[in-house]
Design a protein around this ligand. Sequence first.
Ligand code: 6PG
Length: 249
Amino acid sequence: MREMTGGHDVKTGAMVVLPDAEAIAQHMAKWLTAQALAKKDGPFVLALSGGSTPKRLYQILASAEYRDRFPWANTQFFFGDERFVPEGDPASNYNMVETEMLAHVSVPPANVHPMPTSGDPAQAAAAYQAELEKVYGGTVLQPGRPLFDVVMLGLGDNGHTASLFPRQPVLREKKLWVSTCVPDDAPHTRITLTYPAIHSSRHVVFMLAGAGKREAFAKVRAGDPAEPASAITTEGELIWLMDKAAAGQ
Ligand code: 6PG
């Protein structure tokens, strides 16, 4: 398989352009499994993305081809963002990942970390950060010792990624790893990883499919400061995994 290598930000990140959404999902399944299997010196720490694009990937990872090969027991599954809705709500990212993947594989329950979605959102964000700190083994992010092996991200029409929405205070967060976000252009209060948490990663992979992503991608790739995704960086490698339609090819 082709090794995905890239730069550290949205402008320098490698673009891996594949024919269609199915090819993206298949490629990501193979790459992610290889990354996870290669992790020998500790747990493979993954931040999953929500939205509709990664659904097919989750189905593939739960299929016969990967179910018995992916190192479920050595992987810690976190979420990049969540809508503050009860578990089981159709808008819940955890619900989607559980339905499409986790329910069909033998993953130790302690390895799955849904974002809390009850009570006070700020307290839920703090509790999630505490959960990440436990796996990280520290409360201060150290350069050279990334929090995540892979952070998966998507891209919205308005340039949001994870739940980093335009105009919101979370975009200025420099210290917290997890925060709340109340978008002014989308439903639901959200819990999201912040820029510094996403930065502390070996790989950030954006998955983008369809012509509907073309415009937002072009703006982000050009570094348009109005698009929250433009400010995503990683101390590792950033990869754009996209289909031809999204890439405008
Ligand atoms: C979410 C996300 C979000 C998503 C984009 C793209 O929970 O909604 O994590 O950032 O990745 O909105 O969503 P689609 O894949 O549905 O286009």
